[in-house]
Design a protein around this ligand. Structure first.
Ligand SMILES: Cc1ncc(COP(=O)(O)O)c(C=O)c1O
Length: 427
């Protein structure tokens, strides 16, 4: 039986358009090896997870050492020293006054918990979020997700949720152009709070760079304006760094580009280089809103995942991975922007660090070129490069390689990608 047969018969799946038919059996650094022995340059990192590279030896060694000593010890029943040390390391790198962490297992759990904590601290019930956002696949996180393809089939959703317009300059919701717009999308937060809520908003939850929505990069002043309006109204800012965190955008956390400190920050994906762990970290006074028994997770804070996370944080610092993400991101963006000049299929090239999106359009009216995007992804695969596919209109190629990618690998990725886009143009 092939792996595909096993998938067909025994796995509950709902593969998205971006699924790639590679049978991954091994991976190291930026290279994924298929069952047929073929090597691929990974430019998607298992959706922005293996930031320190697949199988980083220091992360593996730390996890292995921990596994020999203690595999499980519920963080919320016994003292779990590895989780405690991991929380301290997170506090050392977290922005602003974020200090205390709760550990779960995934990004969705981190967001669920963060919103619950916000509600308990503020003693209010409503949440404001963004259109085109993605925060997970539980009912709570889908309730604050602004993407109907993701939400389909799981409603009805929670009430008490209002959506502010996504900061999507290429398709501005107000049909304006930055900076002449005066950052109208951020200013719109006032209108949303006044006319879409009952004045009971506990928090505004947002991704500092919107990943699943198509790598949407808000203007520099966006969070200063939007968060200030929310705070004036009495709400908190919950920053979803699940995809953008741990060096991905060239800083340890993407919100650091914006000069705004979150009240609560959710992390997962890149936190432990592939070991499952999710977390939310809050300022001490907000964190202490939970009283005993309020919020627990059986597997949350697994000693193995926490040992991996500690090593991962050390690797990021020692190998200067955020700095490499910034440099390689610049290199790739510069090349792709030059390429865009002569290629009308490329509507927009955007990103920060190694969180890069290429939006494909079939005409000057910006008609989304989803079929072409799929073809480009497929041709990249044939050329030995794994890229992601996403965006609310399914027309964005996503480049999110491990942060250890070197200059030659980045150039190779661009060569293959540009060839694939040229072929799609000629179709
Ligand atoms: C920004 C963001 N938040 C939350 C999640 C949910 O994370 P998980 O799949 O680990 O539950 C994701 C997953 O893609 C994400 O990109």
């Amino acid at each position: 039986m092939t792996t595909k047969d096993l998938y067909d018969q025994y796995l509950i799946t709902s593969m998205v358009a971006g699924f790639q038919p590679v049978e991954a059996v091994e991976a190291r650094g930026c290279t994924v090896t298929g069952a047929d022995g073929r090597e691929y340059l990974d430019c998607f990192s298992g959706i922005a997870v293996c930031n320190a590279g697949h199988g980083h030896p220091k992360v593996l060694a730390a996890a292995r050492r921990q596994m020999e000593k203690l595999v499980h010890c519920c963080t919320y029943v016994y003292y779990n020293p590895t989780a405690a040390e991991c929380a301290k390391r997170l506090a050392e790198i977290a922005p602003g006054r974020l200090r205390k962490t709760f550990f779960g297992n995934s990004g969705a759990e981190a967001i669920e918990g963060a919103l619950r904590l916000a509600k308990q601290h503020v003693k209010r019930k409503e949440i404001v979020c963004l259109t085109m956002s993605f925060h997970g696949r539980t009912v709570g996180t889908l309730s604050v997700t602004g993407n109907r393809a993701r939400k389909k089939g799981a409603g009805p959703y929670l009430s008490g949720v209002a959506f502010a317009p996504a900061p999507y300059c290429y398709r501005c919701p107000f049909k304006q152009t930055y900076p002449g717009c005066g950052c109208a999308c951020a200013e719109q937060m006032d209108y949303v709070l006044k006319y879409q809520t009952a004045g009971d908003v506990a928090a505004f939850v947002a991704e500092p760079v919107m990943g699943e929505g198509g790598i949407l990069v808000p203007p520099p002043e966006y969070f200063r304006i939007a968060v200030e309006i929310v705070r004036q109204d009495g709400g908190l800012f919950v920053c979803d760094e699940v995809q953008s965190g741990f060096g991905r955008t060239g800083k340890m956390f993407a919100i650091e580009h914006y000069g705004v400190d979150p009240d609560i920050m959710a992390t997962a994906k890149g936190i432990a280089d592939g070991f499952p762990l999710g977390a939310f970290t809050a300022t001490p006074e907000i964190a202490d809103a939970f009283t005993p028994g309020d919020h627990l997770s059986t597997f949350g804070g697994s000693p193995i995942s926490c040992a991996a996370a500690i090593a991962n944080i050390e690797v990021m610092r020692d190998e200067k991975l955020p700095e490499n993400a910034a440099a390689r991101g610049e290199q790739i963006l510069r090349r792709l922007r030059a390429f865009q000049e002569g290629c009308p299929l490329v509507g927009d090239v955007r990103g920060k660090g190694l969180m890069i999106g290429i939006e494909l359009v079939s005409d000057a009216a910006k008609t989304p070129a989803a079929a072409e995007a799929k073809a480009v992804q497929r041709q990249c695969l044939d050329g030995g490069v794994l890229v992601g596919l996403g965006g609310c209109l399914a027309n964005v190629i996503r480049i999110q390689p491990p942060l250890v990618i070197n200059a030659a690998e980045a150039d190779r990725a661009c060569d293959v990608l540009e060839d694939a886009i040229r072929s799609a143009c000629a179709r």
